[in-house]
Write a protein that binds this ligand. Structure first.
Ligand SMILES: [Zn+2]
Ligand SMILES: [Zn+2]
Ligand SMILES: [Zn+2]
Length: 161
């Protein structure tokens, strides 16, 4: 697999983030259509908040931003919308940070690795089959079943070095 195919989301330096946002919302709409799912208003609002940056955001902060924007969903409604976005793979849960990050290529891949900058908080997403294959082979040797690799690498991105 080429380098380009592996990188789902690179570390962005200075860039026009509105481009990322527009592309993400278009990709989400297309993916929901493909899966026969409905991107309701609240789901869309939550997704827009998650895409405010390339930094992960916690569930509570999503709720606060919804309220700041004048939307007043009940917390369970907001959290259900978040669960929907994760299940539809429009958003990934970053386990080590207990937070969420938007996926720019929903539907295009199943497994991913996250590289998390401990300085600026930005996250890069890769889909490296070599990494997951190596893990599967090791798991097989252990007789380990139903493997669900969570790969989150903490370090410092190029902009912060
Ligand atoms: Zn961006
Ligand atoms: Zn992804
Ligand atoms: Zn950084």
């Amino acid at each position: 697999m080429s380098k380009k195919e592996r990188v789902i989301s690179p570390f962005h330096g200075r860039h026009d983030h509105s481009h990322c946002q527009n592309q993400a919302m278009e990709a989400a709409a297309a993916e929901c259509k493909r899966q026969g799912l409905r991107l309701t208003t609240i789901r869309q609002q939550v997704l827009e908040i998650i895409w405010m940056s390339h930094n992960p955001i916690g569930a509570y902060d999503v709720l606060q931003k919804l309220q700041e924007a004048g939307h007043k969903p009940s917390p369970p409604t907001a959290y259900r919308a978040l669960d929907f976005l994760v299940a539809a793979k429009l958003v990934h849960r970053v386990e080590s940070l207990n937070a969420y990050i938007g996926c720019p290529s929903p539907g295009a891949h199943h497994e991913c690795q996250f590289y998390i900058c401990t300085q600026c908080g930005h996250i890069a997403e890769l889909n490296s089959s070599a990494v997951t294959e190596a893990l599967r082979m090791d798991a097989e040797e252990l007789g380990f079943k139903r493997v669900q690799p969570v790969i989150e690498v903490h370090g410092v991105c190029t902009s912060c070095q």
